[in-house]
Design a protein around this ligand. Structure first.
Ligand code: KG4
Ligand code: ZN
Length: 340
């Protein structure tokens, strides 16, 4: 079965074709970074309009790259939520329209299920059950995954998501949008011994997170400093070390608590090298196995949506033709995949 995936939940338009026999045939991405940069953050209306402009040209790109005609597509998967409502509606409307025109089924995919299953596009693939750390701009979740659609949330953030904390801290240090990767780059030049930030919520039991205090800590540290370039790098380093350490502590705890020895990491912050290295070391010490997507599939992309949708379409999941998106949508509301 060949499935077209459409991702448009935020500031990236991603298209891909996934073949259940042959794997990923093609994927293409347009990032809106340049569009939103002058505003210092995503402007929802501009995001929607840009998805309108980019989706069909990217569709042609992936069809050409896969060397197929539209008739070769057997199903369509589009991101139905969570995300920006206008942006989601663009992908959903185009996905539904193409499905109607091509006479194929379509399915709305949960964006975080896409992230969670992205490591399935790599080799080796993780086997169920596994624990997933989902760290993106909007979410920080620890999830016990028994199978596709069978998700138990072990921990969530009480305030800012990890990516959001990276972005906000970057902004207050005067770094360019999107801050996460820029802050991570700057942290490489930082002195790890100059500042020490707290590791929030690690002294009490449980797997929830809270990152907004770290951002405030960074702000007061910066305000009280000489504000020079080295200080910026030192604060970036202290902030990143605190986030990474906190995520490591909670991941270790989640593995111990569940007895599951496979850890999957996904979402934009999963592209962070310090986090990847830290988790690699931690899982090796525990005798656990770590899986993560290639860097380009950590951040938003169409391939993960095509894959997640293909899993559901393949077992006969169908939705009617109504265009429904869910800007807020918990992973736990998904249904476990029926066995084919
Ligand atoms: O998964 P994603 O592309 O979009 C959402 O679903 O939110 O994640 C984007 C987030 C942003 O907050 C971005 O700053 C962060 O991931 N991010 C990073 C890195 N690359 C992306 N954060 C820290 N280090 C990175 N290398
Ligand atoms: Zn995402």
């Amino acid at each position: 079965m060949r499935v077209l995936g459409i991702e448009s939940s935020c500031d990236e338009t991603g298209l891909a074709v996934f073949d259940t026999e042959r794997g990923l045939l093609a994927h293409a991405l347009h990032s809106q970074i340049a569009l939103h940069a002058e505003y210092g953050g995503v402007v929802p209306e501009l995001a929607s309009r840009d998805h309108v402009r980019k989706t069909l040209p990217l569709l042609q790109t992936v069809l050409d790259e896969a060397g197929i005609e539209p008739q070769a597509i057997d199903g369509i998967a589009y991101t139905a939520g969570p995300g920006l409502v206008g942006a989601l509606l663009v992908g959903a409307s185009i996905g539904r329209s193409l499905a109607l025109a091509w006479g194929v089924p379509a399915v709305g995919v949960h964006h975080m299920e896409g992230h969670l299953l992205a490591p399935m596009l790599e080799n080796p693939v993780p086997e169920f059950p596994f624990v997933a750390l989902l760290v993106s701009g909007g979410h920080t979740l620890l999830v016990e995954v028994q199978g596709i659609g069978d998700y138990r949330i072990l921990g969530d953030t009480l305030d800012d998501a990890a990516g959001e904390a990276f972005d906000k801290t970057a902004k207050l240090l005067g770094l360019d949008y999107p801050g996460g990767p820029v802050l991570a780059k700057l942290a490489e030049q930082g002195d790890p011994a100059r500042y020490r930030f707290p590791r929030p919520m690690t002294n009490r039991p449980g797997l929830d997170f809270s990152f907004s205090g770290l951002k405030t800590f960074a702000l007061t540290t910066f305000q009280d400093s000489d504000k020079n370039d080295q200080t910026r790098a030192d604060i970036a380093r202290a902030f990143q070390d605190a986030v990474v350490d906190t995520l490591l502590i909670k991941c270790r705890r989640a593995l111990q608590q569940t007895g599951v020895m496979q850890l999957v990491i996904a979402g934009g912050v999963g592209a962070n090298q310090a986090l990847r290295e830290g988790l690699g070391k931690m899982t090796a010490e525990m005798g656990a196995t770590l899986f993560f997507p290639r860097l380009e599939f950590c951040t938003d992309n169409g391939a993960m949506i095509a894959y997640a949708g293909a899993c559901r379409l393949q077992v006969g999941e169908r939705q009617d033709q109504e265009i429904v998106v869910r800007p807020r949508w918990s992973l736990e509301e998904l249904s476990a995949l029926a066995t084919p």
